[in-house]
Design a protein around this ligand. Structure first.
Ligand code: PGA
Length: 264
């Protein structure tokens, strides 16, 4: 089965509104030159404060740039109430989002997010009609002690617990080895593909063959224009979640262009 790849840019806590708009415009200008079917799915994840500004730059010209989707980098699972500092699914949807990144290792590490919270978020995002990009990954210590697969399988099972097969099918997973994030150390493409195939097997176990065939599973961790072609040539890697290299239009567009050379 052929799955349309996704190249997603996680801007993390970077860029003021004017800078975010300018970066979005640089990606839009590139995507304008192609039809939707020529491009991978393009998703960009600005900070909460830039979501509306970036969404207002979206156009309706009919070319590929129309289809650039916006993701929030987090959300709360409750719809409203006394949760100071939090933002609901309906709020990010209202600001123009189609996707929400959840379970990023930085949120797990610095904000104590648990598998249970990530599951609640995934359910709430899907119920709100948006798509979760569910992150998982192992630390260097876990890799060295040989528990990479069991750790990731348990993260994925917990995240997808109680979600219907149809909803799992439209979700996105990002495999991001923590030791490869922001370090310049990319996971070997064969090894990333092996782990992603293992994740697909876990999805098959919990949601069935059709969901496992449809779900897009991305690789993340120091993805660069020079690494993406090899990564995209692998059987199970359906795209990339890009941090540092998504912060300039030049490198992000090059990642998209190089993806188009091998797949789409
Ligand atoms: P990186 O970040 O590309 O800078 O390694 C990836 C991520 O954290 O999603």
């Amino acid at each position: 089965m052929s799955r349309k790849p996704i190249i997603a840019g996680n801007w993390k806590m970077n860029l003021l509104q004017s800078e975010a708009k300018a970066l979005f415009d640089g990606i839009k200008d590139f995507a304008k030159g192609f039809s939707e079917s020529q491009l991978p799915g393009i998703v960009i994840a600005p900070t909460f404060t830039s979501l509306s500004a970036v969404a207002s730059e979206k156009c309706n010209c009919g070319a590929g740039c129309d289809k650039i989707a916006i993701a929030a980098q987090n959300c709360h699972w409750k719809s409203s109430g006394a949760y100071t500092g939090e933002v609901s699914v309906e709020m990010v949807k209202d600001a123009g989002c189609d996707y929400v990144i959840i379970g990023h290792s930085e949120r797990r590490q610095y904000f104590s997010e648990t598998d249970e919270m990530i599951n609640l978020k995934a359910k709430s995002i899907l119920a709100g009609g948006l798509i979760p990009i569910i992150c998982c990954g192992e630390t260097l210590e876990q890799r060295e002690s040989g528990i990479t697969d069991s750790h990731i399988a348990s993260q994925i099972k917990a995240a997808l617990d109680g979600i219907s097969s149809e909803d799992v099918a439209k979700s996105v997973i990002a495999y991001e080895p923590i030791w490869a994030i922001g370090t310049g150390k990319t996971c070997d493409a064969n090894e990333a593909n092996r782990v992603i195939a293992m994740i697909r097997n876990v999805v098959k176990e919990v949601a069935g063959v059709s969901a496992a065939d449809s779900i897009r599973i991305l690789y993340g961790g120091s993805v660069k224009p020079s690494t993406i072609e090899e990564q995209m040539s692998k059987s199970d890697i359906d795209g990339a979640l890009v941090g540092g290299a998504s912060l300039t239009a030049e490198s992000f567009n090059e990642i998209i262009a190089n993806t188009m050379k091998v797949s789409v």
